[in-house]
Ligand binder design. Structure first.
Ligand code: SME
Length: 316
């Protein structure tokens, strides 16, 4: 098999606005024409990452392990349409929820791509295309780390995965250790919440990080970092009150799409709220974090922040 050099790709500016079109051949000959591609990183609920093996006939990086799905936008397609088409063609997945996490320009001697990076959590069946791939499998984070720089993974995957996932995981690992130290031997829950939100805020660079405590029948503002915020939230109201009522973490990729979201600041675009449970299993507080970016929070944040909140349980 071979790629069709006559396929028509859109040419875009760095924002993704289409400014023209060109063939695959014209885009891949060192012309530096910026053309859009979509990537999907597939995680399972255990946090392992699915990689595809590139076939030997590929003109770029044959035989290397690569991002689960990658593909060009056809002329006239949106990134989301291209993603669904490519994921269906390459892995046979149709029932997945993509989360867009950012875009960047990838520059090499041969081509210039505007990469739309997406992730998803998926535990269903994956059927890698026999025509387009040499198979695929889930890798643990440990395996991926050990394979970095060993000529096993594509350089593009290594860079992108480091930037979008491993840097964040490394920060959370350090943060979790630091919080373990802060909590040790301390009994005052307000002092601990104050230092925990300061540590999270400083390390991760969020826009607003704080606790609301359950006081009688409402949430009352507790220790926080960031701009002033609303002080009282009723049971079941907003993201915080919903996380309390449903006793579960809520990730909101776009606050404007969450019915009843309470806007303490118009700059907040996405949010995560994690309940803090007492040792007896009662919700005693919620950890609320806001970002100025859309879709800033994913399963990595959820898992680590839930871990941190569990560390607080013995204080209540
Ligand atoms: N947005 C939250 C309210 C708290 S502020 O974000 C700090 C909510 O909807 O519950």
């Amino acid at each position: 098999m071979k790629d069709n050099q006559q396929e028509m790709f859109p040419i875009v500016d760095e924002e993704g606005t289409v400014t023209g079109k060109a063939t695959r051949g014209e885009c891949h000959c060192g012309s530096r024409l910026l053309h859009p591609v979509v990537h999907l990183h597939v995680f399972n609920s255990a946090g392992d990452v699915y990689l595809q093996k590139r076939p030997e006939w590929k003109d770029i990086q044959p035989g290397k392990w690569d991002t689960a799905v990658g593909g060009h936008l056809d002329y006239g397609e949106t990134p989301e349409e291209a993603l669904r088409r490519e994921v269906g063609e390459e892995l046979g997945m149709t029932d997945f929820e993509p989360q867009f996490i950012g875009k960047y320009v990838f520059d090499s001697k041969r081509e210039r791509e505007l990469v739309y990076v997406n992730r998803t959590t998926y535990d269903g069946e994956i059927s890698p295309s026999k025509d387009e791939l040499d198979g695929g499998r889930f890798w643990t984070m440990q395996e991926i780390r050990e394979s970095m720089g060993q000529n096993v993974l594509t350089p593009n995957f290594e860079r992108e995965f480091q930037q979008f996932f491993l840097d964040k995981i490394d920060k959370y690992d350090l943060l979790t250790k630091q919080i373990g130290g802060l909590i040790e031997g301390e009994r005052d829950s307000v002092a601990v919440m104050a230092n925990v939100c300061a540590a999270i805020h400083e390390t991760m660079g969020f826009w607003w990080t704080g606790f609301y405590r359950v006081v009688n029948d409402e949430l009352v503002l507790g220790p926080f970092q960031g701009p002033v915020a609303c002080m009282h939230i009723s049971f079941g109201k907003g993201v915080c009150g919903t996380a309390w009522r449903e006793r579960r973490t809520i990730v909101v990729p776009d606050v404007e799409l969450f019915p009843g979201h309470i806007a303490c600041s118009s700059l907040s675009r996405s949010e995560i709220v994690v309940p803090v449970l007492s040792e007896g299993g009662h919700v005693v507080a919620v950890l609320d974090i806001d970002s100025k970016a859309l879709s800033a929070f994913d399963d990595i944040d959820r898992r680590y922040l839930e871990g941190i909140c569990m560390m607080l349980s013995p204080l209540f």
